[in-house]
Design a protein around this ligand. Structure first.
Ligand SMILES: [Zn+2]
Length: 69
């Protein structure tokens, strides 16, 4: 477990046309590990519909983010 590396990446989704933050956990990756296709996988699997819905709600609720449910 000590070998796990936690990194937060800011990824760009061309479908949503927006950046989103993705926490990535890496376990014992080789030194020459190419993270780019791995991160591309996160963009592909990212839930566009839910993300866009959240962005829209954020825009509607204005600058104060803690609107009561
Ligand atoms: Zn997306």
């Amino acid at each position: 477990m000590a070998d796990a590396i936690w990194n937060e990446y800011e990824l760009f989704c061309p479908v949503c046309n927006a950046y989103f933050k993705q926490l990535v956990v890496l376990h014992k990756v080789p030194e020459n590990f190419d993270i780019t296709p791995y991160l591309d996988g996160f963009v592909e699997r990212h839930d566009h519909k839910a993300f866009q819905e959240a962005q829209r709600q954020k825009a509607q609720s204005g600058s104060s983010g803690d609107a009561p449910q």
